[in-house]
Write a protein that binds this ligand. Structure first.
Ligand SMILES: C[S@@+](CC[C@H](N)C(=O)[O-])C[C@H]1O[C@@H](n2cnc3c(N)ncnc32)[C@H](O)[C@@H]1O
Length: 265
């Protein structure tokens, strides 16, 4: 098996395994949802797609905030993620959605059919240029694409980037803003309209952080060998003990970036 396929399979299996607990292990931010909802407020009917939607923690908030005027296509290549998304939407009495198992660069939706598309925490898993080309195809003229991500330098300032050994070295998939900008320059139709920084104050007990890491809530942890991970987690706990007095209140600031992109054909 070639190395690229092996790496993709490993990631697929990671998401398959973590799908039932993904929502509870990750922290979901309301800021980007309110921002996107506000940007779309003038539209009376919205056909939207959440690409790389996972188990739908952001998709659910989107449909809840946009309401009945929206139909959301929830796309992910992972069948288990989509299973849990469906389950959660049904539990929340949401019906204006369609889950679709699909690759981000081969979307089974018609050309010029969407008012907007969004992707949360997922573009570093995609083939970026192919994803942009496909997004541009499915978006209507003047349609919007929202990309919410951690940049590489933002990742280094998280609690993991600061205190978990080798975290920044292992995570080499994230982009810097310049890299994203040059990807958009290569695309003839997509133009960056604005870039918005989000800051989130986090306060978690150490116990919760250890639980997150042990469950590989960030796929970065899959890049550690088993014994290497055990050693790194031990050193992480030591680093936290050295830096914080109250182990029930480990605080730091997370940053994320939201790109608003316009499709002009
Ligand atoms: C880090 S998770 C983020 C999920 C969700 N957006 C969230 O924030 O909770 C990345 C998601 O992208 C999906 N994914 C990875 N590569 C993909 C691809 N090529 N096409 C479609 N989905 C993909 C994974 O299955 C996973 O659900």
């Amino acid at each position: 098996m070639d190395r690229k396929k092996f790496a993709l399979d490993k990631m697929y299996n990671h998401f398959l395994h973590i799908a039932p607990r993904y929502r509870e292990l990750r922290t979901t931010d309301l800021g980007p949802i309110l921002f996107i909802t506000n940007k779309l407020r003038s539209l009376s009917n919205i056909r939207a797609a959440d690409i790389g939607c996972g188990s739908g923690r952001y998709s659910l908030k989107l449909v809840q905030h946009l309401g009945e005027k929206c139909h959301l296509f929830c796309l992910d290549n992972n069948k288990e993620m989509l299973y849990h998304l469906k389950e959660d939407f049904i539990k929340n009495n949401i019906t204006n959605f369609t889950p679709i198992r699909s690759d981000s660069h081969k979307i089974p939706l018609q050309t010029d059919s969407l008012d907007c598309a969004m992707s949360f925490n997922a573009i570093h898993h995609f083939s970026l240029q192919n994803f942009l080309k496909e997004s541009s195809r499915v978006l209507k003229n003047n349609g919007k694409l929202f990309i919410y991500t951690r940049l590489r330098d933002q990742n280094t300032r998280t609690i993991w980037g600061t205190h978990f050994p080798s975290f920044n070295k292992k995570e080499n998939r994230l982009y810097e803003l310049d890299e994203l900008k040059s990807a958009f320059e290569k695309d003839p139709n997509l133009n960056i309209n604005s870039v918005r920084l989000f800051e989130h104050n986090r306060v978690y007990p150490l116990e919760k952080l250890v639980e997150q890491a042990k469950n590989h809530h960030y796929s970065t942890f899959k890049f550690y060998k088993k014994h290497e991970f055990r050693e790194a987690l031990h050193r992480f706990v030591q680093n936290i003990l050295n830096h914080y007095d109250d182990l029930d209140k480990i605080s730091w600031k997370d940053q994320n970036t939201l790109l608003v992109i316009e499709n002009k054909q």
